[in-house]
Ligand binder design. Structure first.
Ligand SMILES: [Zn+2]
Length: 254
């Protein structure tokens, strides 16, 4: 299984429009972060987690030619706003399966009503097949099973996913013990770390490192990063041995 980090930035991306912050002006390509998403590929299968506003650019950068499905963590725009750009895949493949909590599906139907139109739908509009994710009910993606992990983003429930020994959690602030159980034995864990300072709905760096220490994966990658965390190179030096700052276009094999 190959995991391609399509985007590793927080909701505004890095650089932030109009910002004079040194990280936003960095010439290190690892300090440029699109909105958070990963592409998971194995055998002939190819799935993405989330579909944010940078989706088009990300599909071009990763040379992704096929999407077998989109798994949504939650409805916030930095995770969903790219849905219009699935059209090139629709034209080649037809309807794209979209896996999400019913609340997220309802939200998408409101915000992207034209996608779900049943009468006089514009022929060029995106086309999806929605599949509801229910917590504690693993679901099939290709020939693998995805296990939903119900975590809290402030007071909003968000899904993380475990696929074999890989787990991807973003926009997490708190996780109940029963959900932590589902992460036991993962070899590679991706988890969000916004910045050093506290945030009401995201792990800061310290909380992310504590969480990694609790799960004890072989390797952990941090994502959903704010410019306020600092320069990639400097932050990486401060991290424990098995913890890495993810960066855009990084690909790992599990
Ligand atoms: Zn987010």
């Amino acid at each position: 299984m190959r995991i391609y980090f399509l985007g590793t930035g927080t909701s505004q991306g890095i650089p932030i429009i109009g910002s004079d912050h040194p990280v936003c002006k960095s010439i290190d390509s690892k300090d440029v972060r699109l909105r958070v998403s990963v592409l998971i590929r194995w055998e002939t299968y190819s799935y993405v987690i989330d579909c944010g506003p940078d989706f088009r650019q990300q599909m071009l950068a990763s040379n992704c030619k096929k999407v077998d499905g989109i798994l949504f963590t939650h409805e916030h725009s930095d995770h969903t706003a790219g849905i219009d750009d699935i059209r090139p895949f629709n034209f080649k493949q037809g309807e794209i399966p979209v896996y999400a909590h019913q609340r997220v599906i309802d939200n998408l139907k409101k915000r992207f009503d034209y996608v779900f139109e049943t009468v006089n739908k514009y022929p060029g509009a995106p086309s999806v097949k929605t599949i509801e994710i229910v917590n504690n009910e693993p679901f099939a993606i290709g020939n693998k099973m995805a296990i939903p992990i119900n975590v809290m983003h402030g007071n909003l429930p968000v899904f993380g996913f475990r696929i074999d020994d890989f787990a991807y959690l973003t926009d997490v602030k708190t996780v109940e013990a029963v959900e932590i159980e589902k992460l036991k034995g993962v070899k590679v864990l991706v988890v969000n770390a916004l910045r050093e300072e506290h945030h009401f709905s995201h792990f800061n760096l310290e909380e992310a490192l504590d969480f990694i220490a609790l799960i004890q994966p072989e390797k952990a990658y941090l994502t959903h990063i704010s410019h306020l965390l600092g320069f990639h190179e400097e932050v990486q030096k401060k991290l424990p041995k098995n913890v890495y700052l993810a960066f855009d276009n990084l690909e790992i094999t599990i």
